[in-house]
Design a protein around this ligand. Structure first.
Ligand code: NAP
Length: 283
């Protein structure tokens, strides 16, 4: 079997066209969806991420503000900025780029964001909403994975999904979303004793670890759907995922590439969440 690729760039284009159309409709009512991105310090990867997020907003017609601060910014000053953005009517979504410098308590800052503007979906209220099936904002990366499954018409009901990784931003919310769609979900992590025994049972595998070749062809049931969230560098310094793409593509029915898979979907779902925040506030 040679797996079909789920193209994150192509799907993103479709979803962003929808965002642009809905943004135009809101603008006709005098509302421009606005995202504030806050960056503290000069982490080079973070600088690229925030630039891409701001550009994606502009390309889809959303308003965006990038606030950059030196890493000497105090926690109190950052909290004051978050409070100001909470009260800014032109801003519907607030994203504080992580990681924050060590002297700032990231969780405290996330909890300071109004849940109505928590477009990253990291606030404890958003996590609780996902857990209980209430309306809220879903974290962008697992939300993008769900859209990828939807794009291939995959019905999760009764399927066995194995999520590798249990972070608060990817693994755990991913598992909750799969559960909400009636999959039977197994969550694996660094203390899992026999990862291969778990993944071999899976109809769907989501790899969210941050290590190359965590998933190889011998660990995948023929016909399984494989989503690769990982972002790593190979020996040549090129971007690669957690999955041995060439090998697993021979066994799986669908697979996401890295780059061009989950990565672009993450930014797209940030746009979707920001637009939805604006739509909810306008309703
Ligand atoms: P993280 O917080 O470091 O979590 C990694 C998880 O992998 C942990 O739960 C860890 O288990 C587990 N793990 C580590 N080694 C393992 C092993 N050998 N077998 C099974 N599980 C293992 O990372 P994250 O933030 O979730 O991100 C995961 C990856 O996704 C990273 O490469 C990151 O760059 C990427 N990412 C990509 C996007 C995107 O847009 N494409 C977005 C976010 C993240 P323990 O909990 O036991 O330590």
């Amino acid at each position: 079997m040679t797996a079909q690729r789920i193209d994150g760039n192509a799907l993103s284009q479709q979803l962003r066209a929808d965002v642009a159309a809905r943004t135009l409709a809101l603008k006709a009512k005098g509302i421009t969806p606005g995202l504030a991105v806050v960056l503290v310090g000069d982490n080079s990867a973070s600088q690229v991420y925030v630039r891409n997020k701001v550009k994606a907003c502009q390309d889809s017609g959303l308003h965006s503000v990038l606030e950059k601060y030196p890493d000497t910014l105090s926690e109190a000053e950052l909290l004051a900025r978050v409070h100001a953005l909470n009260n800014d009517a032109t801003i519907h979504g607030i994203l504080v780029q992580l990681p924050l410098p060590a002297h700032i308590d990231a969780q405290k800052v996330i909890e300071a964001i109004s849940p109505a503007k928590d477009v990253d979906g990291f606030h404890i209220a958003s996590a609780g909403a996902l857990m209980t099936g209430m309306p809220g904002f879903w974290p962008c990366t697992p939300y993008g994975c769900m859209k990828m499954l939807e794009s291939i018409g995959y019905d999760l009901k009764g399927k066995h999904a194995v999520v590798i990784g249990r972070s608060n931003i990817v693994g755990k919310p991913m598992a909750m979303m799969l559960l909400q769609k009636n999959a039977t979900v197994t969550i694996c992590h660094s203390a899992t004793q026999d990862l291969k025994a778990m993944t071999l049972q899976a109809d769907v595998i989501v790899a969210a670890v941050g290590k190359r070749n965590v998933l190889t062809a011998d660990m995948v049931k023929p016909g399984a759907v494989v989503l690769d969230v990982g972002m790593n560098r190979n020996d040549e310094g090129k971007l690669c995922g957690d999955v041995d793409f060439a090998g697993v593509a021979q066994v799986a029915s669908y697979i996401t590439p890295v780059p061009g898979g989950v990565g672009p979907m993450t930014i797209t779902m940030l746009l979707v969440n920001t637009l939805e925040a604006a739509e909810r506030m306008a309703a």
